[in-house]
Design a binder for this molecule. Structure first.
Ligand SMILES: Cc1ncc(COP(=O)(O)O)c(C=O)c1O
Length: 401
């Protein structure tokens, strides 16, 4: 595409963004399955290693297929913002989050974060980072006064880490207010944008310093590859410290997964529109269902975070959860009766996925601990897919008669 041609739509950018014309004129980006890159001369090798000349050296450090994915996501996260960010593709969302933490924090530093977080991130900050002298303050960051009091009372807090909407509760925190608060105290702010995707929400709009994704989910969209990305607005810091930590930890992506991710992202806008439309209708159906005690979906005016979601998201998203009145056994029976929707724990794929935390992911977690996070025995988490709505509803109807 001619770079001087201004794209006016997000969907066009999702198709064309980041693409570099292949020197062999392949239409699609090739899978550069090469661990190393050759130098014309020893002097060129010297220039590449010293950074004097741009170019690939070794695929743990960078690779053309991976670079195209990085550029596409960076373009989508900043569409319409007049801002430059740099992305570094990783082997997984957790690898990207690990690079972020180890590049920005040192012993004695603290992270402040909301209590609802993806389980892996929660374990990283509560079980692994303390071994390196980095600890976490976990609070309900929807309470801005409390967040402010905590930050003021502890000068060791160095970073605010947000995830909105959060896994698994779908709770939302206010990016604008929290970012302002954090910056007024000199904190770094990071946001996990996995559930929203840059189509629904752009954290860089609120001067967030770092955005992370598990690209495994909606960005890939087809459940075909694990991946992650760390994006940052301090280009110099991204090119120096973050690049160094990424290269040395070895959590690099690979060209095949990057290729799948690039193909998936081209349809992100179309998929998200259909996901979101279906999710709203499924939420309305569940609200009226006699076997359902409660529906957690920020698109419903009854949800406590409805206004926050509305303020910062284009649509409320594809994820929801609901509580069956019949508790644990009700949840197990419901899951076993599903005929089209899929029983699995991930999210972000074209097909509708359901999980029952009490019998699956949180089976061994003590009841009081689960309930603290709103995970009741009859809770079902749902990634509403892009199938025809009536088929999703028909399956739910026959599973929860
Ligand atoms: C919100 C969120 N962030 C991060 C991760 C970790 O991503 P990955 O599994 O790609 O390492 C997940 C995984 O489910 C997630 O849901």
């Amino acid at each position: 595409m001619d770079k001087s041609f201004p794209l006016t739509g997000w969907g066009s950018l999702a198709v064309h963004g980041g693409h570099i014309q292949d020197p062999m004129y392949a239409h699609q980006v090739p899978i550069y399955a090469s661990s190393t890159y050759v130098f014309d001369t020893a002097e060129q090798g010297m220039r590449r290693f010293s950074g004097e000349e741009e170019g690939y050296i070794y695929s743990r450090w960078g690779n053309p297929t991976m670079h195209e994915a990085e550029e596409k996501i960076a373009a989508l996260e900043t569409f319409g913002l007049n801002k430059e960010v740099k992305g570094i593709l990783h082997a997984s969302g957790m690898a990207a989050i690990s690079t972020l933490m180890l590049a920005t924090l040192k012993p004695g530093d603290k992270i402040i974060t909301h209590f609802s977080l993806y389980g892996g991130t929660d374990e990283l900050v509560t079980k692994i980072l303390p071994g390196f002298g980095i600890t976490a303050i976990i609070a309900d960051l929807r309470d801005l006064q409390k967040a402010s009091d905590l930050i003021q009372s502890d000068p060791a807090i160095r970073m605010m880490y947000l995830e909105t909407p959060a896994n698994p509760t779908i709770q939302c925190v206010d990016l604008d207010e929290l970012s302002k608060l954090a910056r007024s105290h000199g904190l770094l702010v990071a946001c996990d944008n996995t559930f929203a995707t840059p189509f629904l929400q752009q954290p860089f709009r609120y001067s967030i310093d770092f955005v992370v994704h598990s690209t495994t989910k909606f960005l890939n969209g087809h459940g075909t590859a694990i991946g992650g990305i760390l994006l940052g607005s301090d280009i110099d810091f991204m090119k120096t410290k973050c690049t160094k930590v990424h290269r040395l930890l070895g959590g690099n992506a690979n060209p095949f997964d990057a290729f799948l991710l690039i193909q998936g992202m081209k349809t992100l806008e179309l998929r998200m529109e259909r996901h979101c439309h279906n999710a709203m209708e499924v939420a309305k159906f569940l609200v009226a269902h006699p076997a359902v005690a409660k529906v957690n979906y920020t698109g419903l005016a009854s949800h406590s975070d409805h206004h926050t979601a509305k303020k910062q998201m284009r649509h409320p998203g594809a994820m929801l959860s609901f509580e069956l009145k019949e508790g644990l056994q009700g949840g197990i029976d419901f899951m076993n009766k599903l005929k089209m929707c899929v029983r699995t724990v991930s999210l972000g794929t074209c097909d509708t996925l359901l999980s029952h935390p009490a019998s699956m992911t949180h089976y061994s977690v003590p009841k009081e601990e689960k309930e603290k996070y709103g995970i009741t025995d009859g809770l079902i988490r749902m990634n509403v897919g892009i199938e025809n709505l009536q088929d999703i509803i028909n399956d739910l109807k026959q599973a929860a008669p």
